[in-house]
Design a protein around this ligand. Sequence first.
Ligand code: NAI
Ligand code: CS2
Length: 489
Amino acid sequence: MTSTNNGITDARYTSQTTYNREQLNTDIVHLGFGAFHRGHQAVYNDLTNQATGELWGICEINMFGPEDLVQDLKAQQGMFTVIEKSADATHSRLVRTVSEAIHTPLEGIDVAIAKMAEPSVKIVSLTITEKGYCSDPQSGRLDLNNELIKHDLASPYSPKSAIGLITEALRQRRDKGLAPFSVLSCDNIPENGLLTKEAVLSFAKSVDSDLARWIEDQVTFPSTMVDRIVPAMTPEQFDVIEQETGYKDPCGIVCEDFRQWVVEDNFVAGRPDWNKAGAMFVADVLPYEEMKLRMLNGSHSFLAYNGNLAGHEFIYQCMQDESLRNVTLKLMEQEQAKSLQEGLGVDLAEYAQLLIKRFSNANIKHKTSQIAMDGSQKLPQRAIDPYKTLQSRGVDRVCLPVTIAGWMHYTLNQAKNEEPIFDPLEAIYKEIAATDVAALDKAKALLAIEKIFGDLATSNPEFTAQVLAAFQSIESNGIDKVIGSIAAN
Ligand code: NAI
Ligand code: CS2
């Protein structure tokens, strides 16, 4: 990359790697150069390059979002700032592992396909948000009615979805006689590797059944558990970067100091030794994924909706509200933890305390409204699945129904106030909210959305009754009283 911006090289960092960037090639293509990837995989990769001396370069590809970000990244020769903040300490890093970057709306999808079909590429990783997989959140199957997928099925050589792009790149590799790459999902989805595999295979089967067979035989889709709280950037957070480094890096991010990465060790063309930077390679990620998705993300969604209803802008403010903090801990210990597989070897009470501590970090300005986005994509794995497991185990559920009821109130309020909901099902929610019926009937209509709840509205009267009772209770008593009464019991 050519340099036109020296700000990044003049900035001051607590630490930065020193390997020779001129030797970086593109070994990894990453789809989704968002906040999270910058604070997570890019950091692991940069530290691993330093530790091992084996350099793995990353080509960043964005298929959506602002073009300035990728332009700015190129101007900085692929380098960017990561500020890590605990409650009382700050560490600034310069991340140096990016070899190139592509913004497909500007440069065209062919440039991305060609890059992914280069012989040096061994891994295609993804942080494209839950909805980027174009799959039904309830069944996990590729949604053939998704607008991007419909487009790609009609024009598979010029795809618009990540699933279509991966499939087309693999087709070109096969046709050129090249080795396959591994596809590494780093999104918050249970069995994210399996879900990605099913989506790619299902798409490939519809366009070229020989290709689908080749992918099934040749390509691996390792699952991962990813963890680091990396909020969306705000003007105030860019000021933080400037205060720390002297340079307001437009590609920089501010995140917590904690990070964790558990990766299924199943790569077809090799992989960096990310364990040298603290990652764990395991044979089966599922128990870790479930633990994190239910205890951390499940609590996040509980707080996103109910904390927001209680007037809290940020997660750390929810933790300063004693009742909300106590109920969050109850949700973790008495419900989510009891829904997990046994024998994980993790002390879940300690894990819960660590999560409360992380959520309380007032240096991390994580908006409840950010976590509230894409509820349709998150509720199944964070609240509905654990509810069903607890029900089958005969364990009481109090906080999980409130999570779902809180989502209903939040969603209906946003629609009533003509505020955006940021969810692929936004149009459906708005239609429901606009109907001239009682609030409880709107809640029932939300529960009947099969993409989120499957057939629970008709098949599981206990679930329906509990969620609707929680909805009514918030409606009649207000969120503070509902939370206060759970905390007191
Ligand atoms: P972000 O909004 O900063 O970035 C989202 C990225 O996804 C952008 O690069 C965008 O171009 C891409 N994208 C969006 N829709 C897409 C689509 N349909 N197809 C292809 N690409 C698409 O969000 P952020 O913070 O980077 O989070 C992304 C995902 O990473 C989350 O949804 C979650 O699954 C995972 N994650 C995020 C964490 C966080 O604290 N931010 C922590 C752990 C996981
Ligand atoms: C959050 C996650 O936005 C959300 O839905 O729950 O992004 C959360 O911050 C991360 O998973 C933490 O690792």
